[in-house]
Design a protein around this ligand. Structure first.
Ligand code: NAD
Length: 541
């Protein structure tokens, strides 16, 4: 704090609650689920700390039960987008000058509020609004977000303490200024934690933010704005506007004061944003920082030496948790011929035990996919697999949108390693497997590396160390997060900083100092303690 060297407490990861039957945490969460279901909420935008209602509203319904209305949110127009930019610009002067430790304390306080009184609120909103099971909500909306808000303040210190050296008679230092203008944060539907991190990471570094959450995740987004308010975040530092990104994005991206974009979502939308900025770079006061984590076609590669049960567990959890709607979800798999019969048998046996349904029933392992567009898109891939002779559907394939957008966990075997289902991001519960000849291990590793445009996550399952080393080398650029004998999902803040390259993003590693560095513009300062008084250099004599 003022006149003191303040150290952020060394963070540890928030423990994951089990929600076991008859536990008090489960009873408490169930009460909150019932409360949110019986009490539809009217969600305003938050601009300059004010609740803004337009009357142009959209209903929020449970993806797993379309008859349940959770509330409605008010949609922005272009004018609201401009108001949000103005509010961010006005809040900047005070926020950017606030001592960094005071800014850090806002997030540390938000973490405590989320770990305590808001835990059930945000978990229940994520379960009902985004159709996550209690476990998926807990590791996302509670633990990962608490971790972001505790680890990032800790990393700020690491960023700020990185200082140049000084020689006798001078002092050199680096001032890590915030960017000169506002940051536009745009978040996806699938992780409440990402939605909470995208605006707060730049804000922590002294920036002010216009934030547009995904329309299918406005419920959890709104509860986060309540947490920030209670944690003492000044008005206007984060301004939330809701509505279609394609309409609201344009005036913000076009603004002369745009200082940066903090995006997570699809590759296609990120490319659109980058193109919009690049169209006329001269119009901006500064070169906007563009940070984006995008799509994936994540792989599990199996060597013949792999352990059967760990591989089955990794594949099942990696591909089907949260209905395969994780950017890191295993979506293509390479299995050696000798391993295939036993693996196929065990995977299908285990999948037969998986239950899909309403997430309020805690015995369900999977809920519904997020909306009708996602349902249709995933179903079209499954249809292709059913009708194209290059594929064989080995499990699942059922799609039913009567009550909610349910898709069975689906396993497809592909004949060709470069077919559409092995290349494209499906973002649903579909795992496509290519069975390769054992003796072509290294060729198939190269094939895995070269298939599709993405490079987000991947895993090797093997016990033979030489095989692991070969995979690690051959797949050096194929994944920004690489796992050995573990599923390719479930990165933990502080343990596995997350992000990929190629078409998967700029790889600025959310939840690490690398990401925070993107939100500062350092000023190098030299002070001469013994300035020269004669302009003549000795050599002149
Ligand atoms: P999306 O790209 O459809 O939407 C993301 C956000 O962009 C939403 O808020 C949307 O409203 C907004 N948007 C849409 N068009 C826009 C435009 N023209 N200008 C500005 N904003 C615009 O993504 P989604 O369906 O919400 O999320 C799923 C995608 O996100 C998948 O591709 C997944 O792989 C990716 N994802 C990646 C990571 C990662 O860390 N790499 C993490 C989570 C999700």
């Amino acid at each position: 704090m003022f006149n003191g060297i303040f150290h952020v407490p060394k963070p540890t990861n928030e423990p994951v609650r089990s929600y076991a039957p008859r536990s008090t945490e489960r009873a408490s969460l169930e009460r909150e689920l019932a409360r949110q279901l019986s009490d539809p909420i009217d969600i305003p935008m938050i601009i300059g700390g004010q609740e803004v209602r337009t009357g142009n509203t959209e209903e929020i319904r449970c993806p797993h039960d379309r008859s349940r209305v959770l509330g409605r949110y008010h949609k922005a127009t272009r004018e609201h987008a401009e108001m949000a930019v103005q509010a961010a610009n006005e809040a900047r002067a005070e926020w950017s000058k606030m001592p960094w430790d005071a800014r850090a304390c806002v997030l540390l306080r938000a973490a405590e509020l989320l770990a305590g009184p808001y835990r059930d609120v945000l978990n229940a909103a994520t379960m009902l609004g985004q159709s996550k099971t209690c476990h998926q909500a807990e590791i996302d909306a509670a633990c990962e977000l608490i971790d972001f808000w505790r680890f990032n303040p800790h990393y700020v210190y690491r960023v700020y303490e990185d200082q140049p050296f000084s020689i006798p008679g001078t002092i050199n230092y680096m001032e890590h200024r915030p960017l000169e203008s506002f940051v536009f944060a745009v978040s996806p539907f699938n992780f409440t934690s990402i939605a909470g991190n995208l605006p707060t990471a730049p804000a922590l570094m002294g920036n002010t933010v216009v934030w547009k959450p995904a329309s299918t995740a406005v419920l959890s987004a709104y509860h986060m704005t309540r947490i920030w308010k209670e944690a003492g975040l000044p008005d206007g530092v984060i301004n939330m506007i809701c509505g279609p990104g394609s309409e609201l994005g344009a005036p913000i991206l076009d603004h002369v004061d745009l200082g940066g974009v903090h995006f997570t979502g699809s590759t296609q939308v990120f490319s659109t944003i980058w193109r919009a900025i690049g169209q006329d770079i001269r119009k901006y006061r500064v070169y906007p920082r563009i940070v984006g984590e995008t799509g994936g076609k994540d792989f599990i590669f199996v060597h013949a030496s792999a352990d059967l049960e760990t591989t089955v567990t990794g594949a099942l959890r990696g591909a089907f948790e949260y209905q395969g709607q994780k950017c890191s979800a295993a979506s293509r798999m390479y299995v050696p011929r000798s391993f295939w019969p036993a693996f196929r048998k065990r995977l299908l046996e285990e999948l037969a035990e998986v239950r899909v349904g309403d997430i309020s029933d805690f015995s369900n392992f999977m809920g519904a996919v997020i909306d009708e567009a996602a349902f249709r898109s995933i179903a079209s891939y499954i249809e292709e697999a059913k009708h194209d002779s290059g594929y064989e559907v080995l499990f699942g394939g059922g799609c039913n949108a009567e009550k909610g957008f349910f898709i069975e966990p689906t396993v497809v075997r592909a004949q060709a390693p470069d077919c559409r289902l092995m290349r494209e991001e499906i973002f649903g519960p579909v795992l496509t497997v290519y069975v390769y000849p054992d003796e072509e291990y290294e060729e198939t590793l190269r094939l895995c590396d070269a298939t599709g445009p993405y490079a987000l996550t991947g895993a090797i399952f093997a016990t033979d160390r030489a095989a692991i080393v070969k995979a690690q080398l051959a797949l050096t650029q194929a994944a920004g997060n690489f796992y050995i004998n573990d599923k390719p999902t479930g990165a933990v803040v502080g343990q596995q900083p997350f992000g990929g390259s190629r078409a998967s993003g700029t790889n600025d590693k959310a939840g690490s100092p690398l990401n925070l560095l993107r939100w500062v513009s350092p000023r190098a300062i030299k002070e001469n303690l013994a300035p020269p008084k004669d302009w003549r250099y000795p050599f002149l004599g």
